[in-house]
Design a protein around this ligand. Structure first.
Ligand SMILES: C[S@@+](CC[C@H](N)C(=O)[O-])C[C@H]1O[C@@H](n2cnc3c(N)ncnc32)[C@H](O)[C@@H]1O
Length: 394
């Protein structure tokens, strides 16, 4: 089927689930207030907050509430474009599979879609939220899907059984959305040293180790895994990728960064990984930060060319600020400070001059970089900014 018609099939499926596509916050929240009472919204928000800061029990309680028939169309309509981004990419990979496991399937919006599109393939959806599984089972029955089963199980406490040639999992492997990941070796570099104790600590505190190990146990030799988590930030991406690689999972194609809108907000998600187990690696893992246009730094072209007379000559808050900083010709550092925390995290702040142009550079071991350049007349502004940063350091 052509991509357009697949997209239409998915849209029809999402509509069947009662999901609506909004591109305006105003319209979405108007609809939300018409459907849910203030009390229901408050309860949902407080469960969402407890999920963010709490434990396994809080997470299950949130997904159980989110799966209530009155609530899920409202809540999951926010994820409309996410379903499109993940659903269509995943669908394109399903062709050769016979037995598919969708781990952390939630209420089964996408699981039922895959089972509908491939009626000859056996699909199993697993989730630890009993209310989500109850909805998923009800919907699969309404759709008359005979090739689909849903099981309520927590892989943190119970092993999986069966054998699958394809395991899917999106947003279900990393329990800790806020986890910062692991720091780089120093503020000068984006490289992560290969430190087994740091890696193990990341895998344990995010719940990744047990989930991945148990999924790998039911993945048949040479089976494939399709994985996507919120790991675009390098500090999370590197340990996540290393966790996959250390379990013998290899990239089948380059990892695909994902971007979509959640109503009006642009979400940087993924990458989307297509992996296989036990085969020869053909694509290498990328441990470099995503660079933006800031790489095109040309000091001479920039000087005297400030478009905004009140703005700096150059300002870059992305990882490519480091590339620009490294390219500064003969910088003269006037002030600098490097602060190191007991856990090894570092931050470095630097003020300096390139000819008559003043610059401020700031870098830390969680990949944040900032380079600001100003002409002589506004050097005091940079100096004040430097002092402000120093005051804000722990
Ligand atoms: C963010 S939702 C994602 C749902 C679905 N994959 C999607 O993309 O729409 C995460 C789901 O993973 C489930 N989950 C997390 N940890 C789990 C575990 N240890 N065992 C089973 N399910 C788990 C949660 O209950 C939740 O439904």
């Amino acid at each position: 089927m052509a991509t357009d018609s697949l997209q239409q099939t998915l849209r029809d499926h999402l509509a069947w689930w009662g999901l609506r596509h909004f591109t305006s916050d105003h319209e979405y929240f108007l609809w939300q207030r018409q459907q849910l009472s203030v009390e229901e919204l408050n309860q949902l928000n407080s469960r969402a907050e407890r999920k963010r800061t709490g434990d396994r029990v809080d997470e299950i309680a949130f997904y159980d509430l989110a799966a209530q028939p009155k609530t899920f169309p409202i809540l999951y309509s926010q994820r409309y474009e996410y379903y499109e981004a993940i659903g269509l990419r995943t669908l394109a990979q399903l062709g050769k599979a016979q037995d598919i496991l969708d781990f952390g399937c939630g209420i089964g919006v996408l699981t039922t879609f895959y089972a509908r599109c491939f009626p000859d393939v056996n699909v199993v959806g697993i989730d630890r939220s009993a209310a989500s599984i109850a909805i998923a089972q009800r919907k699969a029955k309404e759709l008359g899907l005979r090739n689909l089963r849903f099981i309520c199980l927590d892989v943190q406490t119970e092993p999986l059984s069966g054998s699958f040639d394809l395991v899917l999992t999106t947003h279900a492997l990393l329990q800790a959305e806020q986890d910062p990941g692991i720091p780089s070796a120093s503020w000068r570099t984006f490289d992560r040293v290969d430190d087994p104790s740091q890696q193990m600590a990341f895998e344990q505190r995010t719940g990744l180790a047990i989930r991945l190990d148990r999924l790998c146990q039911v993945l048949c030799p040479h089976g494939r895994m399709i994985v996507s988590e919120k790991t675009r930030q390098l500090a999370r991406r590197v340990p996540f990728q290393r966790a996959l690689a250390s379990r013998g999972l290899q990239l089948v194609q380059p990892a695909d960064p994902i971007q979509y809108r959640s109503i009006e907000e642009v979400v940087e998600d993924g990458p989307f990984y297509v992996l296989n187990k036990g085969n020869q690696a053909t694509v290498t893992w990328d441990e470099l930060p995503e660079l933006d246009d800031g790489t095109l730094f040309n000091l001479n072209a920039m000087l005297g060319n400030s478009i905004d007379p009140n703005g700096p000559l150059y300002e870059n808050h992305g990882p490519s600020a480091q590339v620009a900083w490294e390219e500064l010709p003969e910088p003269r550092v006037t002030h600098e400070l490097t602060r190191e925390e007991p856990d090894g995290r570092q931050v470095h702040v630097e003020l300096g001059l390139v000819d008559e142009t003043h610059y401020l550079y700031c870098a830390n071991t969680f990949d944040q970089r900032q380079l600001v350049m100003m002409e002589e007349a506004r050097a005091a502004l940079l100096e004040a900014y430097y002092q402000e940063i120093l005051r804000g350091l722990p």
